[in-house]
Write a protein that binds this ligand. Structure first.
Ligand code: TRP
Length: 460
């Protein structure tokens, strides 16, 4: 993996060259028209990239189960930046997803020294309460703590077998001086991301993880590890069509027909091939060419768009045969809203963002001081208009506060044409934010004594 393509998930630097990121990390662009009932962040291009989102969209369209997973660091206060992922989680939930929320209390303990009890407190009071207020449905949301879900920790250990320090060096830039706590955290996160597929947490189904690009290294690591663990790989074939290939590895020799001496054991080998062939023909592909000895099945009539359907079948066969049968996580990526002062939003710099429980006066003061896209004088502003790409007030309306597309468009036109002054757009932002914060406060007070309803049994 290329060093230049690294984004350090723990660094405060944020690259915002989004088209470069799409290319470098092999992401796909989001076309909101391909989504059923696209949300505000999709329609506005704020959710700009994805991996395998089409798999999840297929599940939505065919009413099949799928899940969404998100994680939170239980430190600091929740601010606008954190709310973007929750807005997407809510959208996925409305489209039928079950929701799992990982409280990264082990990561906070290891990388920030936050005690588990303080982490728990912060998670519930600061984050889960606001998630409730933002409209997540407690009926199918499960919040858990990394520290009290052994399945997640076990996965971190088991899946750790599929990676090594060189890979960590390439992905995260670790070296000999790297703190081991920082080395452990990503493996626990891999456990967070894959465990909802386990039978006791909902079983095999697509899982989507909406994140900011800073979290992509973890997703690449997870996909890589998952793919290495799979017994059957489904790939585009050089001759056109798709190939399913057995992946013989420790733990599946006898099931995949490899004898102790390393020779192919044709009895069991033919059995597993026949099993795969049957599943493939159930999907409507009657023409397949198998080579049991090589452990491959060619499906000339299939295309890339069939990969996930065929993979799901192969994974369920793998599970029946005793394997983990893990599917690679799907993911989406959102742009970051600018910090109010021009630097990155950060809990430790209150002037850079608006906290979920900021008072109206505090918020108004921050908006008034925020970076403006207005011209230096009223005269120049009337002539040249404001620059919405620099204007915090506009961006916050676009990212957070103005839900109505046509109202937003009107503000944009008025501002860009110079009809609306910088002070005026700030006042519009303050008015919308006031409504937004007041509603959130009201909802928080309704949920204050009932956050437990969001907790999984192992988190109570
Ligand atoms: N590492 C994430 C952060 O720094 C928190 C996290 C832990 C997470 N597990 C996760 C995020 C799983 C998404 C999915 O904020």
């Amino acid at each position: 993996m290329e060093k230049a393509g690294r984004i350090d998930p723990w660094s405060s630097e944020q690259s915002t060259d989004y088209s470069r990121i799409v290319q470098q990390f092999g992401l796909s662009s989001v076309d909101s028209r391909a989504l059923p009932n696209p949300g505000m962040l999709h329609r506005r291009g704020i959710v700009f990239a994805h991996r395998d989102l089409d798999v999840v969209v297929d599940s939505m369209n065919s009413n099949e189960p799928f899940g969404v997973l998100t994680g939170l660091m239980p430190s600091g206060r929740m601010h606008l930046g954190h709310s973007m992922v929750i807005e997407q989680v809510r959208w996925f939930q409305e489209q039928g997803a079950d929701v799992t929320v990982a409280v990264a209390d082990l990561e906070a303990l290891a990388t920030r020294g936050t005690s588990l009890s303080i982490g728990r407190d912060t998670a519930l009071r600061e984050y889960v309460l606001n998630y409730a207020a933002l409209g997540l449905d407690s009926g199918n949301t499960n919040v858990y703590f990394q520290s009290s879900r052994p399945a997640v920790q076990r996965l971190a250990f088991t899946l750790g077998q599929r990676t090594n320090l060189s890979e960590f060096e390439a992905i995260y830039g670790f070296n000999g001086e790297s703190n081991l706590a920082h080395v452990q955290a990503p493996l626990v996160q891999v456990g967070d991301i894959v465990h909802p597929q386990m039978e006791e947490y909902g079983g095999l189904r697509p899982i989507v993880v909406p994140v900011g690009v800073d979290q992509d290294p973890h997703l690449r690591l997870t996909r890589d590890i998952v793919q290495k663990s799979n017994w059957f790989n489904v790939k585009d074939s050089k001759s056109g069509g798709l190939t399913v290939a057995l992946s013989v590895q420790e733990g599946n020799y006898s099931q995949l027909g490899v004898s102790e001496s390393g020779k192919v054991d044709m009895g069991p080998r033919e059995q597993v091939i026949a099993r795969l062939e049957n599943a493939i023909s159930d999907l409507g592909f009657s023409d397949v060419k198998s080579n049991p000895k090589h452990g491959t099945i060619e499906i000339p009539g299939a295309t890339s768009s069939d990969i996930s359907r065929i993979r799901m079948k192969a994974l369920s066969i793998e599970r029946q045969m005793g394997g983990m049968g893990l599917s690679p996580p799907c993911s989406t990526y959102h742009r970051f809203a600018v910090g109010m002062t021009g630097e990155k939003m950060s809990s430790s710099k209150p002037e850079t963002t608006i906290f979920m429980d900021d008072g109206i006066d505090v918020m108004a003061k921050k908006v008034k001081r925020a970076i403006s896209g207005g011209q230096p004088t009223v005269e120049e502003h009337r002539r040249h208009g404001g620059d919405v790409t620099k204007d915090v007030a506009f961006q916050y309306l676009q990212f957070f506060f103005e839900k109505d597309d046509s109202a937003l468009e009107e503000v944009k036109q008025d501002y860009e044409s110079g009809r609306m002054l910088a002070g005026e757009i700030k006042q519009i932002c303050i008015d919308s934010a006031t409504e937004w914060l007041n509603e959130l406060k009201e909802k928080r007070s309704q949920w204050e004594d009932r956050v437990d309803e969001f907790l999984a049994p192992d988190a109570l």
